[in-house]
Design a protein around this ligand. Structure first.
Ligand code: PGA
Length: 251
């Protein structure tokens, strides 16, 4: 049985005051979350505060990115061991915003996957097609390429130590959500693709959906057999909305 995971991607949002308020709200409501594992990924500077507030609660935390290097002259970068030093369990890698605005390639993302595992972090590995790619009918080709890059670089066993987040780029922050049928279809394809390398890994791997997931559409998405949780952007910034998605996995 795959335990659902609902992870919040706060992106570049928040202040110390708003982070404290959000964490207080999450702690107050977390007991209502019966089934899902819950995690938050704040901007790096807030990680010590998140650790201080969440240590000893069931809520895990993680980074939004990491360097492929372990230390050294890489101004502005954050290394995996630094994240683990502050109690991070997860790290998001390959988010479409990093692929688009920071030129991250499939190869670099695969190297980040290895760097994360080397540091003992669980990668939340993001994949997904753009609107143009979907309209051209190459969604499966794109996600297969993104997955294959990690399998080739890290091996399928290491892929199985992470979590996949399928995030159609056209659904991120746009209010457009993939229909449960559209999402399930791609999730099933992803699992089947991985099964070609290792059926056991494919069966155990959690595949999250991301892209305008909200309390109002979470239950119907999570009801699908291959959707094992969500990676939540906008709706993770409000405790009530985020907890609403987390509790949608209760049934
Ligand atoms: P969204 O973002 O929920 O705001 O669409 C999801 C993500 O980018 O992880």
């Amino acid at each position: 049985m795959r335990q659902p995971l609902v992870a919040g991607n706060w992106k570049m949002n928040g202040s110390l005051a708003s982070v404290r308020e959000l964490l207080a709200g999450l702690k107050a409501g977390i007991d209502d979350v019966k089934v899902a594992e819950v995690a938050v990924c704040p901007p790096a500077v807030f990680i010590p505060e998140v650790q201080a507030q969440l240590e000893g609660t069931p809520i895990a935390w993680g980074g939004q990115d990491l360097s492929v290097h372990e230390s050294g002259a890489y101004t502005g970068e954050i290394a995996g061991p630094m994240l683990t030093d502050f109690g991070c369990k997860y790290v998001i890698i390959g988010h479409s915003e990093r692929r688009t605005y920071h030129g991250e390639t499939d190869q670099l993302v695969a190297e980040k996957f290895t760097a994360a595992r080397k540091a003992g972090l669980v990668p939340l590995f993001c994949i997904g097609e753009t609107q143009e790619e979907r309209e051209s009918g190459i969604t499966e080709e794109v996600v297969a390429r993104q997955i294959d890059a990690v399998i080739e670089h890290c091996g399928v066993d290491m892929l199985g130590e992470g979590v996949i987040a399928y995030e159609p780029v056209w659904a991120i922050g746009t209010g457009l959500t993939a229909t449960p049928e559209q999402a399930q279809e791609v999730h099933a394809f992803i699992r089947q693709r991985i099964a070609q390398s290792n059926a056991e890994v494919a069966e155990g791997l959690r595949i999250l959906y991301g892209g305008s997931m909200k309390p109002g559409n979470a239950a119907e998405l999570l009801a699908n057999p291959d959707i094992d949780g969500g990676l939540i952007g906008g709706a993770s910034l409000k405790a009530e909305d985020f907890l609403g998605i987390c509790t949608a996995a209760n049934d």
